[in-house]
Design a protein around this ligand. Structure first.
Ligand code: AP5
Length: 223
């Protein structure tokens, strides 16, 4: 029997999860859920939770598991996630991985995890050079993916590109340590259960995308 999938894109900060998730969503019409994007949106409201999230994001540490999970559960209960969907940035801790097992079982879906593998030494330049469009979220890079007009989105010429507050050298260091400590153990967890596939994330984004698309097609994932 065919089962819808939860495709988990896993990788260090700057590995290219967001870049690839956006391409997959646009081309395969599978929704992509980015916990980082959701937290960045939440932090703009005027609530106690928003202030807590803002402080945590600025520190490079992780938002508590239960807060993160409730947000993912609510988002993935919406109609567009009735079939397969992509998770970018969740799970990131062993507890979140347990919670996702329960969610997948409740939703009648199987989990398929793909690691976008990039050595740490390449990540700092990618992150400090990242710029994003505040209108559409398109991701640029001052070294690797320059907009047509310096500092502005190709599709929203009025929108000045933003530099994320946690994309500074000192915050990147904390985020990489957080990944090493909390998220790396998940690779063994998924590998041991035969659900981890890997792509080499040091190539061009279009090459990586083609491989991801093939892996997903081989896994019989449909929207
Ligand atoms: P989040 O937004 O998820 O940040 P992250 O994991 O650190 O990942 P990034 O978004 O930085 O990188 P990416 O892999 O998406 O790379 P991208 O495609 O943009 O999380 C932010 C914060 O939210 C966390 O620190 C935490 O506080 C909180 N949070 C989120 N999820 C949480 C959870 N589950 N639990 C608890 N807290 C959570 O690419 C990076 C740059 O490289 C771009 O400029 C891009 O153009 C460029 N690039 C991409 N691919 C290539 C390539 N192949 N070659 C050259 N350049 C490339």
């Amino acid at each position: 029997m065919f089962m819808s999938k939860i495709i988990v894109l896993i990788g260090a900060p700057g590995a290219g999860k967001g870049t690839q998730a956006r391409l997959l969503e646009a081309k395969l019409q599978i929704p992509q859920i980015s916990t980082g994007d959701m937290f960045r949106e939440i932090q703009n409201s005027d609530t106690a939770l928003a202030r807590e999230v803002k402080e945590i994001l600025a520190s490079g540490k992780l938002v508590p598991d239960n807060v993160t999970f409730e947000m993912v559960k609510e988002r993935t209960s919406r109609e567009d996630c009735g079939g397969s969907y992509i998770l970018d940035g969740f799970p990131r801790t062993p507890r979140q991985a347990e919670m996702l097992e329960e969610l997948a079982s409740d939703q009648g879906k199987v989990i398929s995890t793909i690691l976008i593998d990039v050595p740490f030494e390449k990540l700092e330049e990618r992150l400090t050079g990242r710029r994003s469009c505040p209108e559409c979220g398109e991701i640029y890079n001052i070294h690797y993916k320059k907009p047509k007009v310096d500092g502005f989105c190709d599709d929203h010429p009025q929108a000045m590109l933003k530099h994320r507050a946690d994309d500074t050298e000192d915050k990147v260091k904390v985020r990489l340590e957080t990944y090493e400590e909390n998220t790396k153990p998940l690779l063994k967890y998924y590998e041991d259960s035969g659900r981890l596939q890997k792509v080499d994330g040091t190539r061009r984004p279009d090459e990586i995308y083609r491989e991801l698309e093939n892996l997903i097609a081989t896994n019989n994932v449909t929207a």
